[in-house]
Design a protein around this ligand. Structure first.
Ligand SMILES: *Cc1c(COP(=O)(O)O)cnc(C)c1O
Length: 358
C-alpha cells in the first residue's frame, strides 16, 4: 500500500453505532447516522445501517450519490440546508431535508410537484447556537406559509446545537424545542412526527435521562465515528476512539538543530513559527501534510514521536526518543480528531483502506 493511507475499522464503527442506537433506543430516540465526516463512505454507512440507524444523513449531495452508488440501501436525509439552485437534485436524491427558508421550501415544493411526489422536511429552529434555523419568534408566520405548500410535508421540528456557537444541549433548551413543537401542533393542527433535538453533543443529556420524552430523533456523526461526545470531547463509554488510523512514511531521518538559523521571515503559510533551541534532535520528515490532513488534529500513537510542524506535503517530527529504533521507510501511525478525519477523507492523496474484523 502506498503511503499515506487511512485505515477504517468497520467492526469498531458498527460497534459504536450499535451502542449509541441502543442508548437512544432506550429513550425512545431513533438515530440517523451522519456520514459527512467520512465523505459518504459506503462501507461506513453500511456498518451504521447494520447497527440499526434508521437513516443515513449527509451534508452533501455528492456524498449521497456516492452512498447510493456504493449500494447503501436506506432512507437518506440531507442535513445541510438545500441551496435554492439545487432543489431539483435534492428532491431526486433524498427523502428528507432540513430547512429554514421559505423561498427554498417553495422551490422544493414545486420541484416535488413536477415529479408527482412529496418531499419531506424537518424545519430547523435556532435555539442560540446561531448556525441554521428559523428564529423562534418567527416560527408561527413561517409555519403559516410553509403549511400551504402542496409539494412538501412537514415531518418534524429540529434544532442543531454545539456545532457553531458551542451551545451545550440542556433541559432548558430541549424543553424550549418541545414547547415550540407542541405549540405548532396545536396552532396548526398538524402532527410533527419527529422532534430532532440531538447530535453527538446531546448524548450526555440522553444518558442522564434528562432529554424530554418528546424528543424522538437524533442525528449522530462524531460519536459513532470517533467515539466521543462533543461538548468536552470525552470518550463515550462503550465505544472505540480508534476506528480510524492515519499511516505515513518516513522520507528523511537526520540529526538536525532544533531551531532554524539565519534571518527568519514567514513560513510557507504566512505564519511565524516559534522554535525552542534544545540542541540537536533526530528529525523525521513524513509524507503527509496540510494537503492531506488538519495537522493540528493528528497525534502520533507512539508517544516517542512529537509533531514539530507541517507544510503542504511534509510533516516534521521529533523522533529523538526513538533514535536507533526508526528508519527511513518506516510507517508511523496517528490518531485523528474530527477535523483531521474530515480532511483526510476529503484528500485524494490519502488512500482509504477499510476492513471488518468481528
Ligand atoms: C453534522 C451535523 C450533525 C452531526 O453532528 P455530530 O456532532 O457529528 O454528531 C447533526 N445535525 C446536523 C444538522 C449536522 O450538520
Amino acid at each position: 500500500m502506498t503511503t499515506p493511507y487511512l485505515t477504517i475499522d468497520l467492526g469498531k464503527i458498527e460497534h459504536n453505532a450499535r451502542s449509541i442506537v441502543e442508548l437512544c433506543g432506550r429513550c425512545g430516540i431513533e438515530v440517523a447516522g451522519v456520514t459527512k465526516g467520512v465523505c459518504g463512505h459506503p462501507g461506513v454507512a453500511k456498518a451504521m445501517v447494520r447497527a440499526g440507524v434508521t437513516a443515513i444523513a449527509d451534508s452533501r449531495l455528492e456524498n449521497i450519490d456516492r452512498l447510493k452508488a456504493g449500494g447503501v440501501d436506506t432512507p437518506f436525509m440531507l442535513v445541510r440546508l438545500p441551496a435554492l439552485s439545487a432543489v431539483d437534485r435534492v428532491v431526486d436524491s433524498v427523502d428528507l431535508s432540513l430547512n429554514s427558508e421559505l423561498a427554498v421550501l417553495d422551490a422544493l415544493s414545486r420541484a416535488a410537484e413536477k415529479r408527482g411526489c412529496i418531499h419531506e422536511v424537518i424545519l430547523m429552529v435556532d435555539l442560540g447556537d446561531l448556525r441554521e434555523g428559523v428564529w423562534p419568534d418567527d416560527l408561527p408566520t413561517f409555519l403559516a406559509a410553509a403549511i400551504e405548500l402542496p409539494g412538501i410535508r412537514i415531518k418534524g421540528l429540529g434544532t442543531n446545537l454545539a456545532c457553531f456557537g458551542g451551545v451545550i444541549p440542556s433541559e432548558d433548551n430541549m424543553a424550549r424545542l418541545v414547547e415550540l413543537a407542541d405549540g405548532i401542533e396545536q396552532k396548526f393542527r398538524i402532527e410533527l412526527e419527529l422532534v430532532s433535538g440531538a447530535n453527538s453533543s446531546g448524548l450526555s443529556l440522553i444518558a442522564a435521562g434528562q432529554m424530554p420524552d418528546r424528543v424522538n430523533h437524533a442525528r449522530i456523526g462524531e460519536a459513532i465515528l470517533l467515539g466521543r461526545e462533543t461538548t468536552h470531547r470525552d470518550p463515550w463509554p462503550g465505544t472505540y476512539q480508534d476506528a480510524f488510523t492515519l499511516h505515513a512514511e518516513i522520507l528523511e531521518l537526520k540529526n538536525k538543530p532544533s531551531s532554524p538559523f539565519g534571518e527568519l521571515g514567514e513560513d510557507a503559510f504566512g505564519g511565524h513559527p516559534g522554535f525552542e533551541d534544545r540542541g540537536d534532535i533526530l528529525s523525521a520528515l513524513l509524507n503527509v501534510g496540510r494537503e492531506d490532513v488538519d495537522v493540528h488534529g493528528i497525534t502520533p500513537i507512539d508517544a516517542r514521536f512529537s509533531i514539530l510542524g507541517a507544510s503542504s506535503g511534509y510533516l516534521v517530527i521529533d523522533a529523538s526518543s526513538a533514535a536507533g529504533g526508526v528508519h527511513v521507510g518506516d510507517e508511523l501511525k496517528f490518531s485523528l480528531n474530527y477535523s483531521a478525519l474530515l480532511a483526510a477523507m476529503t484528500s485524494e492523496y490519502v488512500k482509504k483502506r477499510s476492513h471488518r474484523q468481528g
